[in-house]
Design a protein around this ligand. Structure first.
Ligand SMILES: Cc1cc2nc3c(=O)[nH]c(=O)nc-3n(C[C@H](O)[C@H](O)[C@H](O)COP(=O)(O)OP(=O)(O)OC[C@H]3O[C@@H](n4cnc5c(N)ncnc54)[C@H](O)[C@@H]3O)c2cc1C
Length: 432
């Protein structure tokens, strides 16, 4: 097996598969000088770009400020599974938030893939979009029982989901290690960085002004609005969205969002031969499993197999994670044992204690949105659109869930160690 020696540090997005293959390109100049806008957005991921797009389409003058480049954060590093709903099953969402609010959030996120794929169509975003569903694969009998319960909950809400038996799962995935899988036909896969850049490009076409290499250094009240300062200038605006999720840099005047940071890595093979592609994920569903240390796998448009799991590729555990990935690939697909691994990269997920995203109220027409807990493609796009509507007139009923005045996370360091150390141990000793 040959593993690329490229460094996959977070400061070096050029080594990420998605930055190598993105069909969409985008470049925006840093902010220079002091300007005014109706709304200012901090962070150029799915949330910020979707909000910028929908604000601009509504005729609102908006500036988006991104510290690095569009899609630098989780939006340009993720697996690319466009899922419906959250990782948490809908009944648990309703238990946590109450029937009315939980039901509203579930309904909004059930329609998330429709929103994402319709934007891709309407805006002509070149992002390897593939809507053949996703497969949540049962690694054990307990996992299969969990999927049966998820099936019951989804069917009760009219979702087009189906539980596949072991044979059907093997035919769809090309591996026989699973006991079954939940097929969700609403879902699909994308090239996530290209999707994010496409949203940004469309936002700019609609009139939004974007700035890359523009870290926000401070945020302060100014009259009825805000003054957001950067190294080269400032934006004064009446409405504000902070959309930095797990990649926030310090901003004076703003308490950083509270979440548990969890690393997730991915490793991509060289493109599979046509012969292998006939049996490995022939319909290109995106997959993840029910194991306590979850893993994911999918193909990209060129036929590379991407495998991912919790863990960081920096520090002591990196060797274990890489070794595990090679063993897992061979366990899933014996024909891939020893295949060249061409890319490896990782990113940070913002987990919250209850696994629910948060909308933090900062003032009138001003919020911070974070905590997607590993499900941010459809939710980020959906929240960004909804926040855009809210920023126009301050009506909180536009939001998919109620904003809160404060959010804290207890024992964030301990929880991070639990997730990441647990994954390292599993990957060090586990065959797969
Ligand atoms: C490895 C990985 C795999 C994942 N897989 C999936 C998946 O398959 N499906 C799914 O739905 N979700 C997945 N997620 C989650 C999803 O990627 C995130 O929830 C989503 O990208 C969050 O988008 P965002 O716009 O809120 O934040 P981000 O995309 O993280 O963007 C935040 C941006 O804010 C910028 N920023 C920070 N501070 C400042 C500042 N002071 N000034 C200016 N800009 C600033 C950052 O540079 C960054 O670009 C995954 C996440 C990771 C990390």
């Amino acid at each position: 097996m040959r593993v690329s020696s490229q460094s996959m540090g977070e400061a070096d997005p050029g080594t990420n598969l998605w930055s190598t293959t993105a069909g969409e390109t985008l470049a925006a100049a840093p902010l220079e000088g002091d300007v005014c806008a109706d709304a200012v957005i901090v962070g150029g991921g799915f949330t910020g770009c979707s909000a910028a797009l929908h604000l601009a389409e509504a005729g609102v003058g908006v500036r988006l400020l991104e510290a690095q480049s569009i899609g630098f954060g989780g939006s340009g590093r993720n697996v690319g599974l466009v899922n419906a709903g959250l990782w948490l099953p809908p009944e648990e969402v309703e238990q946590a938030l109450g029937q009315a609010v939980g039901g509203r959030l579930n309904a909004a996120l059930a329609a998330g893939p429709d929103l994402v794929f319709s934007l891709i169509d309407r805006l002509g975003i070149d992002c390897e979009a593939m809507r053949s569903g996703t497969l949540h694969c049962a690694h054990s009998q307990g996992g299969l029982d969990d999927l049966k319960d998820r099936l019951r909950q989804q069917l009760a809400r009219g979702a087009p989901v189906e539980l596949l038996d072991a044979e059907e799962t093997a035919a769809r995935t090309g591996t026989r290690i699973y006991r079954g899988a939940l097929l969700d036909r609403r879902a699909g896969t994308i090239q996530p960085l290209a999707y994010c850049r496409g949203l940004a490009r469309a936002a700019r076409d609609a009139g939004a002004v974007l700035h890359e290499q523009t870290p926000v250094l401070s945020i302060a009240r100014a009259g009825d609005g805000w003054r957001v300062a950067t190294p080269g200038g400032s934006v004064s605006a009446g409405a504000l969205l902070i959309a930095v999720n797990a990649y926030g840099r310090p901003m004076a005047g703003l308490t950083p969002p509270a979440y548990v940071p969890v690393h997730y890595f991915q490793i991509a093979t060289r493109p599979l031969t046509d012969n292998l592609r006939r049996s490995v994920l022939p319909e290109r569903q995106g997959c993840w499993d029910t194991a306590p240390v979850m893993s994911s796998f999918r193909l990209d448009a060129a036929g590379r197999l991407l495998i991912g799991a919790v863990g960081s590729l920096e520090g002591a555990g990196a060797r274990w994670h890489r070794g595990w990935a090679a063993r897992k690939l061979a366990a899933l697909f014996p024909d891939l044992a020893g295949i060249d691994l061409e890319h490896a990269w990782c990113g940070r997920i913002a987990m919250t204690g209850d696994h629910l995203p948060k909308i933090l109220r900062l003032g009138e027409r001003s919020v911070s949105v974070f905590g997607y807990s590993g499900r941010g493609i459809s939710p980020g796009t959906t929240f960004g659109k909804a926040v855009a509507a809210y920023l126009v007139d301050g009506d909180e009923r536009a939001l998919p869930c109620d904003p809160v005045d404060a959010h804290s996370e207890r024992l964030a360091g301990v929880k991070q160690a639990y997730y990441e150390f647990g994954a390292s141990l599993t990957h060090a000793v586990g065959e797969r």
